[in-house]
Design a protein around this ligand. Structure first.
Ligand code: COA
Length: 187
């Protein structure tokens, strides 16, 4: 996988990314609304990245997670992924994470727009969704800024970190993406 934007490269994970991946997965503010628990070990990271490093396109019923890297410094700053519905190859859910030192610099928006271009324009997805904790303001503001529509509020429906969290569910259709961008792939 290889996509790029003005400042970023989106590519498969490599061995050299593991140290940085472990560091940001262990940041409490990064893990707060995510499904993994901390401490997140190097062994977990090695196993996980080995399982995804050779995936060259999303597969139905699987998460594909790829690295977000700064173009100028070849430095890993986060990851972005998608899960394609097992029952429909034209519907996917996305997820994204950045190391905290890169927050509020527009990197997540840039990566998500590129990822949406890939999903809608290259893979001809019909619909892309995203779920986030109702307290994850950064995540839902980003989704709304990009143009996602809030479609549902699930109250305490998501088991996480020993309790139940409430979630917002967002959606965006291909025709809405095309009307918004007025062009093809944003990468
Ligand atoms: C969610 C996340 C990826 C946002 O990354 P980011 O690079 O800071 O986002 P951007 O800089 O592209 O911000 C885009 C918009 O999101 C909103 N936003 C981002 N962080 C915000 C915050 N802390 N508070 C309020 N709004 C915020 C703003 O509207 C912002 O636009 P603006 O800067 O023009 O106001 C990042 O906070 C993160 O990795 N969090 C931890 C992992 C996580 O929770 N991922 C989402 C799981 S659903």
């Amino acid at each position: 996988m290889f996509l790029h934007t003005k400042r970023l490269i989106l590519r498969n994970f490599a061995e050299e990314d593991i140290d940085v991946f472990v560091v940001y997965r262990n940041e409490p503010e990064v893990a707060k609304f995510q499904s993994w628990n901390i401490p997140y070990t190097r062994a977990q990271a090695e196993k996980y990245t080995a399982s995804i490093k050779d995936m060259h396109a999303p597969k139905q019923g699987d998460w594909l997670q790829i690295a977000i890297v700064l173009k100028d410094f070849n430095e890993l700053i986060g990851d972005i992924g998608c899960f394609v519905k097992p029952e429909d190859a034209r519907q996917a859910t996305i997820g994204f994470t950045l190391a905290s030192k890169y927050w509020r610099m527009g990197y997540a928006s840039e990566a998500v727009l590129c990822w949406l271009g890939y999903l809608f324009d290259d893979l001809d997805m019909h619909r892309v969704t995203a779920d986030c904790d109702v307290e994850n303001t950064a995540s839902f503001r980003l989704l709304e800024k990009i143009g996602f529509r809030r479609e549902a509020h699930f109250v305490e429906g998501y088991p996480v970190h020993g309790g139940y969290a409430s979630e917002y569910h967002y959606g965006l259709l291909q025709r809405e993406w095309r009307a918004m961008t007025g062009r093809g792939n944003a990468c």
